[in-house]
Ligand binder design. Structure first.
Ligand SMILES: Cc1ncc(COP(=O)(O)O)c(C=O)c1O
Length: 295
């Protein structure tokens, strides 16, 4: 077994598969938020590392969980920047503080924030002014980039290491040229058309406020992902069907994607939604909510 000998990663033994698996192995511990995306959970399984989960966004619990781990273990904290169902943010500043305290490394899955959060659209870490403080940031091209594939950024040596150790990269086909072309164009738009982000934030704040004022619960969202919590599966499907027939596309989300009592309609908004679109959505939610007895 070799040792990964770069910038404090010394205690991470080489174990390969995608990013998480390339970096953490049998003798390490991956620490994840209980609500982390399924792809992170799957990656931890492939790594053979021990996994510790902390309560969603509960920094006291993270502190406690880290304090219980043996000092000589490699510790790798992997979190969503924006949680994909709830739309809330990981507390990156506090996570980084705790990572320093316990000599852990941090990776942020910023699937839902690259292109959206931060002055330049660089995501959650830019939003918190923490770009230089985390070790790895990855994202998929399947959200704001409207394509397929993804990327990971970090220290050059670590990226080189991942390229040579990640089985998913070595033993799988590369991103196709059209997908790369689309992602490249999207990147150009993200960099050159900041008005889209401004419009998106305006839409998100307005829609959240209006849904709440109608009587819906939207939890702790801070992003264009706005969950409309219904709680009950049957009512969630009834509202979803009402909205679908009304002409609104959104997703019903039930367990295991969310805890059983948190069934919801997941809405997400785009910079190209017009004011008329948004009024139509609000009308649908109002009429559907009244008809089904949710609001
Ligand atoms: C937080 C997060 N990470 C990763 C992914 C995986 O993205 P994909 O498999 O589309 O590249 C998703 C997709 O839903 C996601 O929400």
């Amino acid at each position: 077994m070799k040792t990964f000998n770069i910038k404090g990663f010394e205690s991470f033994t080489l174990k390969t598969f995608d990013i998480t698996d390339a970096i953490a192995g049998r003798n390490d511990v991956i620490i994840i938020d209980r609500m982390d995306h399924a792809s992170i959970v799957d990656a931890t399984r492939l790594s053979y590392a021990n996994v510790t989960k902390y309560k969603h966004n509960d920094m006291k619990d993270l502190d406690e969980k880290l304090s219980r781990l043996p000092e000589n273990k490699g510790k790798f904290i992997v979190v969503d920047g924006v949680f994909s169902m709830e739309g809330d943010l990981s507390n990156i500043p506090e996570i980084v503080k705790l990572a320093k305290k316990y000599n852990a490394r941090v990776m942020v899955d910023d699937a839902h924030s690259i292109g959206i959060l931060g002055k330049n659209g660089r995501g959650t870490c830019e939003h918190f002014n923490m770009l230089e403080e985390v070790d790895l940031i990855m994202t998929t091209f399947s959200k704001a980039f409207a394509s397929l594939g993804g990327f990971v950024v970090g220290d050059h040596k670590i990226i080189q290491y991942i390229k040579h150790a990640a089985r998913s990269l070595i033993f799988s086909a590369s991103i196709t040229p059209p997908a790369l072309g689309a992602a490249n164009k999207a990147l150009e738009i993200i960099q050159n058309e900041p008005w889209r982000r401004e419009r998106l934030w305006e839409i998100s704040k307005t829609m959240n406020k209006k849904l709440i004022s109608m009587g819906y619960h939207t939890g702790n969202t801070e992003t264009p992902i706005i969950p409309v919590f219904i709680g009950n599966d049957e009512k969630t499907f009834m509202l979803w069907k009402f909205l679908r027939d009304f002409g609104i596309f959104c997703n019903p989300v039930i367990a295991p994607a969310v805890p059983p009592e948190d069934a919801m309609i997941r809405t997400s908004f785009s910079a190209t939604h017009t004011d008329e679109d948004l009024d139509f959505v609000l009308k649908g939610f109002y009429e559907g909510g009244k008809a089904i007895g949710i609001i």
